[in-house]
Design a protein around this ligand. Structure first.
Ligand SMILES: C[S@@+](CC[C@H](N)C(=O)[O-])C[C@H]1O[C@@H](n2cnc3c(N)ncnc32)[C@H](O)[C@@H]1O
Length: 499
C-alpha cells in the first residue's frame, strides 16, 4: 500500500527498509531564508488578507542540527563524507549554510541505504548551495555514480536590474551502482522543425567499429533529451495549481519518473510539499511513499489524491489518532506560538469541515506567544442579498488554565467582527462556567433554522469524531477551504479582522 508520513523525514526514513525504493526525488527547502506562505480564497474570488505559513526555509546552527551532526559523525556513514563535513565545518564554521548541508547529508546517507542497487536519486536544488551539494553527493554516492546535472530552465517572474535573470534550477541525478535503470523512450521530446527537416535530408553516416549507421536519421519516437530542460513552471491560473508555494510542474516530474522507473516500481519523496511527485507516481500506476513535516502539506496531498484518484489506496501515518498521540503532540507543542504549537492549531482547525487556516504572521516571522484570537474561519452562505456570506470564527487555545475569561474574550471578537458565530477549541473539557458563557450569547437563524452562536470543542473529541458541531453544514462551500495560488512574492498584507 502507498504510504504518506507526517513527520521529520530524518526519523521516518529510519523506518524504511534498505534497498526497497527504485526512485527518489527530493526537493528540500533551498536555504532561501524566507517563509513560504499559502493563501485561502474569499467568496468574491480575491484572497484572504491573512495567510498561513506553508513552511520556513531558515536553517540555523541550533541544538537540533548540532545533534544531527554528532549522530552523523558517530553513525555508520562512510569516512569520506565524515571527513568532508569536518572540512566544511572548519571552512563554513557553525553557519546557516553548514546547518543546511549537515541536515541534507544526514538525509542523503539514509536515502542511499533505502535505494535499490539499480535505483536512481534526483535531488532538486538551486544555485544557492548546488556547488556544495554536488560534493556531498559525490562523497555519499561516489563520483562514478554521478549521472547528470540537469538544468531546468524557465521563464517568467522578476528580474534583478543588476544581474542576469536567475532562471534555472539544478537537479542532480545519481545512481547507487553502475547497473542502474534508465529508459529514454517514454521521455523523448519532439525535434525542432528546423532539425527535423535537416535530419530528414541528411546523408551523413556514422562509423562505429566496422559498422556504418545512418547516424543522423531522426528517431521516430522523438529526440533524446539533453541535460538542460526547457519546461515552463506553472502559471498562476494553471489548473494543476494547489496554492502550495514552490509547487513543481507535473511535466517536470513525469520526465524524471518515467525515465527511471518501470511497472511495479516505488517512488519516494521525503520532502513531499503538495505531493507533485506522488500525483505523478499515482497517475503512472507506480507505488509511492511521501513524507512531509507539516500537517498542511499532508492534508493537501491527502485531499488532492482522494479527489483526483478516488480508487487510490494509501495510508496516512503520524497524525494523532489516539489520546496518547495527541498528548505527545501537545507535549511537543510546549510553547504557544512555536512551530509545533502551530502544527497542533493547524491539525485542530482542519478537523472542522470547510475551515480555512487564519494565522497572524504579518511580517512573515513566527510570533512567539501569538495566541490572541482567530486561528481559522468558515464562510457560510446566507442567501441574504445584503451579505451573501458570513463568517464563523475559530479559536484554538491550549493549557489547563483556559476558562471562562477566554470564552468571553472570544465572544467579543466574534461580535466585533460581525461574525455569525464562533468555535472555541481547547485542549480540555469545557467547564460548566465556560458552557454557561457560551450559551449566554444565544443563537442565530439561517434558512429558518436556529444554531448556537458559540460552540465549545475539546480537541480530544476530534480523535473519535465524537464532536457534533451546530453549524449550517449545507451552507458551506468546500472550495473555500482549499488554498489557491497567488503571487507569493507579494508582500504580506495586514490581518483582516479585528482582535
Ligand atoms: C520545496 S518544498 C517541496 C515542494 C514539492 N516538490 C512540490 O512540488 O510541492 C519542501 C518541503 O519540505 C518540507 N520539509 C522541510 N523539512 C522537512 C523535514 N525535516 N522532513 C520532512 N519534510 C520537510 C516542507 O514542509 C516543504 O513542504
Amino acid at each position: 500500500m502507498n504510504q504518506l508520513f507526517y513527520g521529520d523525514n530524518l526519523e521516518v526514513l529510519k523506518q524504511i527498509k534498505n534497498d526497497s525504493v527504485d526512485l527518489i526525488y527530493l526537493d528540500p527547502p533551498f536555504n532561501s531564508k524566507r517563509n513560504y506562505n499559502i493563501f485561502f480564497p474569499t467568496p468574491d474570488g480575491s484572497f484572504n488578507k491573512a495567510q498561513t505559513i506553508a513552511f520556513s526555509d531558515f536553517w540555523k546552527w541550533d541544538e537540533y542540527t548540532a545533534k544531527v551532526y554528532d549522530d552523523f559523525m558517530l553513525g555508520e556513514a562512510n569516512t569520506q563524507i565524515k571527513d568532508f563535513l569536518t572540512a566544511l565545518k572548519s571552512f563554513l564554521a557553525e553557519s546557516d549554510m553548514l546547518s543546511y548541508l549537515v541536515n541534507i547529508s544526514a538525509r542523503l546517507n539514509l536515502l542511499r541505504n533505502i535505494l535499490k542497487p539499480n535505483g536512481t536519486i534526483f535531488l532538486h536544488c538551486d544555485p544557492t548551495a548546488s556547488h556544495y551539494i554536488k560534493l556531498i553527493m559525490d562523497n555519499i554516492f561516489g563520483v562514478k555514480n554521478f549521472r547528470n546535472e540537469i538544468i531546468w530552465c524557465y521563464r517568467g517572474g522578476g528580474v534583478s536590474k543588476k544581474d542576469f535573470a536567475k532562471k534555472h534550477d539544478v537537479i542532480f541525478r545519481y545512481s547507487k551502482t553502475k547497473d542502474y535503470f534508465f529508459n529514454v523512450d517514454p521521455v523523448r521530446i519532439p525535434y525542432s522543425e528546423a532539425s527535423a527537416e535537416r535530419l530528414k535530408n541528411s546523408k551523413a553516416k556514422a562509423f562505429r567499429g566496422d559498422k556504418v549507421y545512418d547516424s543522423y536519421k531522426p528517431n521516430e519516437k522523438g529526440k533524446h533529451p539533453e541535460d538542460w530542460w526547457e519546461i515552463q513552471p506553472l502559471s498562476s491560473s494553471d489548473p494543476e495549481r494547489t496554492g502550495y508555494p514552490t509547487q513543481k510542474p507535473r511535466r517536470l516530474l513525469r520526465r524524471i519518473i518515467q525515465s527511471s522507473t518501470q511497472k511495479g516500481d516505488t517512488v519516494l519523496d521525503p520532502f513531499a510539499g503538495c505531493g507533485t511527485s506522488i500525483h505523478v507516481a499515482e497517475e503512472l500506476g507506480l507505488k509511492w511513499i511521501g513524507i512531509d513535516i507539516t500537517c498542511l502539506s499532508i492534508n493537501i496531498i491527502k485531499n488532492n489524491i482522494e479527489n483526483a484518484f478516488p480508487k487510490s489506496n494509501f495510508k496516512v501515518h503520524g497524525l494523532p489518532k489516539t489520546k496518547r498521540d495527541l498528548d505527545n503532540m501537545l507535549k511537543e507543542a510546549k510553547e504557544i506560538g512555536s512551530d509545533k504549537w502551530y502544527e497542533f492549531q493547524h491539525w485542530a482547525v482542519n478537523n472542522i469541515p470547510g475551515a480555512q487556516d487564519y494565522v497572524r504572521k504579518s511580517d512573515g516571522s513566527i510570533k512567539k506567544g501569538a495566541d490572541g484570537g482567530i486561528d481559522g474561519l468558515i464562510y457560510i452562505k446566507t442567501f441574504d442579498s445584503k451579505e451573501d456570506y458570513k463568517k464563523i470564527l475559530i479559536s484554538v487555545k491550549g493549557g489547563k488554565n483556559i476558562g471562562v475569561k477566554e470564552v468571553r474574550e472570544f465572544n467579543r471578537t466574534v461580535q466585533k467582527n460581525n461574525a455569525l458565530g464562533g468555535i472555541f477549541i481547547s485542549t480540555r473539557e469545557p467547564t460548566k462556567e465556560m458552557t454557561k458563557e457560551a450559551l449566554s450569547v444565544g443563537m442565530y437563524k439561517i434558512n429558518n433554522k436556529k444554531f448556537n452562536k458559540m460552540m465549545l470543542v475539546n480537541s480530544f473529541d476530534f480523535l473519535d469524531k465524537k464532536f457534533n458541531l451546530d453549524i449550517p453544514q449545507s451552507n458551506i462551500d468546500p472550495a473555500l477551504s482549499i488554498p489557491r495560488s497567488r503571487d507569493d512574492s507579494e508582500k504580506q498584507l495586514d490581518f483582516g479582522l479585528i482582535q
